[in-house]
Design a protein around this ligand. Sequence first.
Ligand SMILES: *[C@@H]1O[C@H](CO)[C@@H](O)[C@H](O)[C@H]1NC(C)=O
Ligand SMILES: *[C@@H]1O[C@H](CO)[C@@H](O)[C@H](O)[C@H]1NC(C)=O
Ligand SMILES: *[C@@H]1O[C@H](CO)[C@@H](O)[C@H](O)[C@H]1NC(C)=O
Ligand SMILES: *[C@@H]1O[C@H](CO)[C@@H](O)[C@H](O)[C@H]1NC(C)=O
Length: 244
Amino acid sequence: MSSSPCARLASAVLLSASFAAAQTIPVDLVGTWSSKANSTLTGPGFYDPVNEKFTEPAHTGISYSFTADGHYEEAYYRAIANPSNPKCPKGIIQWQHGSFAFLANGSLTLDPIAVDGRQLYSDPCQYKNSVYTRYNTTELFERYTVYTDPYHNITRLDLYKFDGSPLMPLYLAYSPPQMLPTTTLNPLTTSTPGGAKATAKARRDLPMNHNVINKRSPGMQQADRWWWFGIFLTASGGVLYFFF
Ligand SMILES: *[C@@H]1O[C@H](CO)[C@@H](O)[C@H](O)[C@H]1NC(C)=O
Ligand SMILES: *[C@@H]1O[C@H](CO)[C@@H](O)[C@H](O)[C@H]1NC(C)=O
Ligand SMILES: *[C@@H]1O[C@H](CO)[C@@H](O)[C@H](O)[C@H]1NC(C)=O
Ligand SMILES: *[C@@H]1O[C@H](CO)[C@@H](O)[C@H](O)[C@H]1NC(C)=O
């Protein structure tokens, strides 16, 4: 039993996790989960790491994917209300992936591959171009529950933030999960063979995210006021490009 592939993977996760209390991965978490609109989904349809490009989903929303061997990916597409000028909503797109651990006390920790995360911030009335940066934020979920949503009759995941407040409900969209490769996609030191000149330049010039707008880590509660605005972005076209 202990030599089965799953058991070996699980113990590898256990050893590599920096938390002594890490447990094996619960199978009920495995899959791609998406918020109600079901149009923001992890995977290549959201973020293209080769061309450094996001595809704007039809609706705002968030998505998390978890694998049985301890990898995760997340996609966020949020609109930020602008009460002083409702015609100027700001938009934020974030993507991260990395490894996660399920702790003995029921919490989940998500530890991103720091160089891979990306954020696109757009404030069309303020800046002509969107601001494209790295994005690197560890996350702690105090607990989670998976159950069949009695109203929609779909498998549902409730994630509770580090302070115990619930994230918006997520519903199972794919199982097995739909994700980009779980390895480092954009190492800092190696050049990408075949990458377009413009892409290589963009990658070289990519600023570090010293002042990203949003944080989901403990101690960054203030950022919560950015959440939960249901306005659709008024950005035109399906794809947002980046300029320097
Ligand atoms: C990513 O975030 C972690 C934790 O906040 C920090 O220790 C690390 O230096 C960051 N890495 C990069 C490349 O920004
Ligand atoms: C579980 O343990 C982690 C790491 O020590 C801690 O950050 C988290 O708050 C704990 N969760 C609960 C529910 O106590
Ligand atoms: C819920 O969905 C399952 C299949 O996913 C189906 O077998 C079942 O009949 C559904 N239940 C209700 C109450 O619609
Ligand atoms: C969400 O969208 C995916 C992809 O289009 C589809 O396969 C899945 O059934 C949808 N899930 C729900 C709950 O609507």
